[in-house]
Design a protein around this ligand. Sequence first.
Ligand code: SER
Length: 319
Amino acid sequence: MYSPVHTLILGSEGQLGSELRLALQEKMDPSQLLCTDLKAGGDVGLVRFETLDVLDFKALEDLFERSRPRHVYLLAAMLSAKGETNPHAAWKLNMDGLIAVLDLSLRYGIERVFWPSSIAVFGPESPRDPAVQAGYMDPQTVYGISKLSGELWCRYYHTVHGLDVRSLRYPGIISWRTLPGGGTTDYAVDIFHQALASQQYTCFLQEDSRLPMIYIDDAIRGTLELMNAPTEHIRCRTSYNLGAMDFTPGELAAEIRHRIPSFTIQYAPDFRQVIANQWPMRVDDRKARADWGWSPRFDLAATCDTMLAALSETSSVAR
Ligand code: SER
């Protein structure tokens, strides 16, 4: 039996969850934070951790009953590229997991729920430069279809039941603590690891494939700012476009070469190129800026400096 907690993170050991856990650990009494994932990840310190499959409804229900959280972050999901290799599993995890959490959040009177959407909600007929907040959307991946459907479910639970669900359409997230798993934007993380390990990288997207990206610190800060904003400021109940920077693999490689002159890159586009071609090059995030004051801090140069410094330090500690 638990005493009630303030915040529950479902999927706390992934790229986003692990960083959110660290950020929240610093801001609150760790005993007020409860984390779950399919399997244990890094050192969770004083934070309580349980293994949990969000598709196990009985276990999820039991968790809500025991912990009575006020805020819930649902971050367990299958990303775009992996989703294309197993569409039914992606749909099941991304949809059934969300609806179960929305239902339990209603039943247990959760104050605020966060659920991540993605630039994958856009498709080949959507405006790409930039992607507008509310325009035509025709996602072609199962991941994108699940995110667009999920956005509509979030709005439905807000409109019909009054549940305070908030969401961001993340661009590709760049971080160093964990490797992302199964995304189309992952090259922008892998490239830093390979640049340090072997000074060369073979990119699965072509040189001029422009995509919107965000550094993890901005992504986490934006998430917490959204969750802390007064309810009346949240005027988008599907999901907010979130912009920070955009670049191509060629531009990223050039930035890395400024810092590691021996770095070389080759291009061998695979099936992920088809996905990238359907996604926006930039996003128009004026609504997030106007409603709750979003403003990114990391540009490409700051991201490169921070990634290379952090990964150099972790690899020298590991030696
Ligand atoms: N980064 C994700 C992916 O590439 C997009 O949300 O799948």
